[in-house]
Write a protein that binds this ligand. Structure first.
Ligand SMILES: Nc1nc2c(ncn2[C@@H]2O[C@H](COP(=O)(O)OP(=O)(O)O)[C@@H](O)[C@H]2O)c(=O)[nH]1
Ligand SMILES: [Mg+2]
Length: 193
């Protein structure tokens, strides 16, 4: 897909606030600080669209962006950030899991993994969750510019063994733009136009 138009739509903190299921949703999930906001800005070419921050754990809302006036990109709260209290963690997990289980208009979940340490325990749990609920998902390995050649080979090998049902694995660098056109091409299979 070619993104010609992107706009912030709404932020919600509870399922009751979700917008009507009028458009297919491409959902972005990942640990805090994985580079999700930076990726959304790089994909859409709109620098300030998703707020980026070097302080992990700051975004606790489900953020909707309307793309080309016919697809939603959905930015989920980052998971796995240790400094969040147990109660809050449970609530947050509940919001994420209920959203993913209940929302019929999700057409694809894009799971972002930090290519320097691709499968942390919480990532493994997320992959298991997506697979058990049969949600189509693809993987983006972020911050790929930080890897040495040897780490690149290792990262790919780990991914292929841990996420066997992933529809795609894309190596991505928001800084260089690597992976952008490849990822956008994958999206074409999940949106009806
Ligand atoms: N080297 C490198 N750093 C990145 C890349 N993407 C994000 N970052 C950095 O990672 C940190 C977290 O990014 P952010 O997008 O706020 O992560 P989020 O919490 O997942 O939304 C920031 O300091 C970014 O500059 C990338 O492709 N390469
Ligand atoms: Mg963010």
């Amino acid at each position: 897909m070619k993104i010609v138009n992107s706009a912030f739509h709404i932020s919600v903190s509870a399922l009751s606030g979700l917008p009507e299921e009028s458009f297919p949703e491409i959902v972005f999930a990942g640990r805090s600080n994985v580079g999700k906001s930076t990726l959304l800005n790089s994909l859409t070419g709109a620098k300030g669209l998703a707020k980026t921050s070097s302080t992990p754990g700051k975004t606790r809302l489900i953020n909707y962006f309307l793309i080309n006036r016919d697809v939603y990109f959905v930015d989920l709260p980052g998971y796995g950030y240790a400094a969040v209290g147990q109660a809050e963690k449970a609530l947050w997990g509940n919001l994420l899991s209920s959203y993913i289980i209940q929302r019929r208009s999700i057409s694809l979940v894009v799971l972002l993994l930090d290519s320097r340490h691709p499968v942390m325990q919480s990532d493994r749990a997320m992959i298991g969750f997506l697979e058990s609920h049969e949600r189509p998902y693809g993987i983006v390995l972020t911050k790929y510019d930080k890897l040495t050649q040897k780490e690149k080979v290792q990262a790919r090998r780990i991914m292929e063994s841990c996420a066997s049902k992933a529809k795609f694995i894309v190596n991505y660098s928001s800084f260089s733009g690597k992976g952008k056109s490849e990822l956008l091409a994958h999206f074409d299979h999940y949106i009806c136009q």
